[in-house]
Structures are given as structure tokens and as C-alpha cells.
Design a protein around this ligand. Structure first.
Ligand SMILES: [Zn+2]
Length: 311
């Protein structure tokens, strides 16, 4: 058993306007960090393209047609103030969805112990009919629905530690009783949702707001107090992780103060619970993280733990 790493060169062809934080260089920083000799045993896989049936797990046909039809021939088109498409964006987005689904399959089938998906654009802000916050399709929510609807799992947890609220994942999984979505986020911060009163149609959403300035000690207390007990009670058959690294103290888009080691700690604890509940099945997928140095180091720390636990 081993750790699989899904990515694809097409994800470098999603080109955002100059100065945009969600930039091609993010994936290059990750590739550089994971090129170290200590990652030699990481199994590198090409993220396949998702097809329309995959997208339909979470998005209506009219939305898929709208995004498909928005691809420009050159340059870049804005879908909103933050979210843009270039000629390569659709293919990149389909790799991000397809890679996350393939990672779920490899872990559910038992060929991989766990997996990390290093694709972009990210997905946790995309709602059923609204692209938002650099995201086009709900990568992790689609993978969660794939796991329950097509692979027959009864309990799938999604843990989102990105600094921003995973409003899209919350929207897409709101009615899905077989999933538990747990998300921590800085509040107040864009997009403004994520109050603890938002609990899902089946009490299947848990929102954990963190005050600006929250560091590793308080984060660990919040996760030990709320996240891990809820996960242990739910006893997931698979844990999906929306891995955003923008809670790092060096990140330019937010003001939490987590250190690289905090991401390693969090990964270790999630792997502990997965080992106890579901043979260690963890699929983690990249969301945010905009300081290139912090991103590379944090992803490396995260993947290193997955590899240690994946054997
Ligand atoms: Zn974020």
C-alpha cells in the first residue's frame, strides 16, 4: 500500500490574470516541494478528465453548459470579480474533478492507502449554479457524492481546513445525509457564510468559526474539542479533506497564524481517526494557499504524513 499523488500538466493551463493569487506558480511550488528525494516513493498518477455524468452529481446541466460555453479562445474572461476562465481552464477543472474521483476509487478499491490531489482550480466555493472564489466545479463534493451514490459507501466525511468557508461544499452536500461536512474558517472573512447555525438538512454540517489571529494552540483545541469527537461518532468509511493551506501565518489572503507543523499535526490526527474508522482511507485535495513558500512547505508536510501513514 502506498500514497498516490494525482495531478496533470493541464492544470498549469488554467491561467488567471496577472497578479491573481490563484496562479499557475502554485502548482509549480508544489511540484518543486515534492521533487525532494524524500518523496521518491510517492506514486504519481495522471488525473483523468471528469465527464459530464460526474459533474451532474452536483451541478445542473444548465450550469455545465454555461461553464463549457464560457471558455474563451484567448486571454481571460471573468465569471465574477475573483473567478476567471482562460482557454485551458475547462480542461484543468475537469482534471481537478476527475483526479479527486480517481483518488477516491483508488482508495476505496484498496490500491492506494491514501491520496493527495494536487490540481487546480480549487472547488470548495463552487455552488450548484454559481462559480465563486476561483472555483468552477465542486471537486470534493462531487467526489463525496461519487463515493456514496456510485461506490455504495454509507458514511463519508469531508473535513475542510481552508481558511475560507467551504460554502460550495456546504451547498452541494446540504441534503446528502450520508455525508458529514465539517469546516473550520476564519470569521469574519469572505465569503461571510459558515455560522454554526448552518447545520445542513440532516444535521450533517458542522461549522467552526475561528477568530482572526487564531494560532496553532487554539486551532488544536478547536479540532480536539469539536471536529475529532464528531468524526469519531460518525465513524466515516472514507475521509475526504479539503486541504487549503491559507490559514498559514504567511498567507496574504487571511489572518490566521498556523505554522507548517500545524498542518502536519492536523493531518496526523485525521489519519489516526481514519486508521481507527476506515483502514486509513483518506483522500485529500488541494484548495487554497497563496504564499508560495508556505504552500510548498505545508503541502510537503501534509503529504509526508500521508506517506508515513500509508506505509
Ligand atoms: Zn481559501
Amino acid at each position: 500500500m502506498s500514497t498516490y499523488y494525482y495531478s496533470h500538466p493541464d492544470c498549469l493551463d488554467h491561467v488567471t490574470p496577472y497578479g491573481h493569487p490563484e496562479q499557475v506558480a502554485r502548482l509549480k511550488a508544489i511540484a518543486t516541494a515534492l521533487s525532494d528525494a524524500s518523496f521518491e516513493s510517492l506514486i504519481r498518477c495522471e488525473a483523468p478528465l471528469a465527464d459530464e455524468d460526474d459533474l451532474l452529481l452536483c451541478h445542473p446541466q444548465s450550469y455545465i453548459d454555461r461553464i463549457t460555453g464560457a471558455v474563451p479562445l484567448s486571454g481571460s474572461v471573468p465569471l465574477d470579480a475573483d473567478t476567471h476562465m482562460s482557454p485551458g481552464s475547462l480542461k484543468a477543472a475537469l482534471r481537478a474533478v476527475g483526479g479527486t474521483i480517481a483518488a477516491v476509487d483508488s482508495v476505496v478499491d484498496g490500491s492506494a492507502a491514501n491520496a493527495f490531489v494536487g490540481c487546480r482550480p480549487p472547488g470548495h466555493h463552487a455552488e450548484a449554479e454559481t462559480p465563486m472564489g476561483f472555483c468552477l466545479f465542486g471537486n470534493v463534493a462531487i467526489a463525496a457524492k461519487h463515493a456514496v451514490q456510485r461506490r455504495g459507501l454509507s458514511r463519508v466525511a469531508v473535513v475542510d481546513f481552508d481558511v475560507h468557508h467551504g460554502n460550495g461544499t456546504q451547498d452541494l452536500l446540504w441534503e446528502e445525509a450520508r455525508t458529514l461536512f465539517i469546516t473550520s474558517q476564519q470569521m469574519p472573512l469572505w465569503p461571510g457564510t459558515g455560522d454554526p447555525s448552518e447545520r445542513g438538512a440532516h444535521d450533517n454540517v458542522i461549522n467552526i468559526p475561528l477568530a482572526p489571529g487564531t494560532g496553532g494552540v487554539e486551532m488544536r483545541r478547536a479540532y480536539e474539542g469539536r471536529v475529532f469527537p464528531a468524526l469519531e461518532e460518525f465513524r466515516p468509511e472514507l475521509i475526504l479533506v479539503s486541504a487549503g493551506f491559507d490559514a498559514h501565518r504567511d498567507d496574504p489572503l487571511a489572518s490566521l497564524n498556523w505554522e507548517t507543523e500545524d498542518f502536519a499535526w492536523l493531518t496526523r490526527r485525521l489519519c489516526d481517526i481514519a486508521a481507527d474508522c476506515c483502514d486509513g482511507r483518506v483522500v485529500s485535495t488541494l484548495e487554497g494557499g497563496y504564499d508560495l513558500t508556505a504552500l510548498g512547505q505545508s503541502v510537503a508536510a501534509h503529504v509526508k504524513v500521508l506517506m508515513e501513514r500509508g506505509g
